[in-house]
Design a protein around this ligand. Sequence first.
Ligand SMILES: [Zn+2]
Ligand SMILES: [Zn+2]
Length: 78
Amino acid sequence: MDDRIACVYNSNHLIKPEKLVWHYVKCDDRRRLQHLFDICPYDSMHHVPKPEFDAHVQRCKPPTTEMKLNFGTDDPWG
Ligand SMILES: [Zn+2]
Ligand SMILES: [Zn+2]
């Protein structure tokens, strides 16, 4: 019945999903906290705390864009 979802910047802000993008434009708590968040490249409605951002992007990434890039991080000679 009540389909409002919580603003990630203040869980007391309960917003209808279709209004959330406008809420984020004017949310005062966002202005205060936005340096702690990044916005998902796949969905601009996903405002994600920076420590969780990489994991979020991995989850959100469309499976079709998967590429095999094995250079770098797990190179045993690196
Ligand atoms: Zn808010
Ligand atoms: Zn996302």
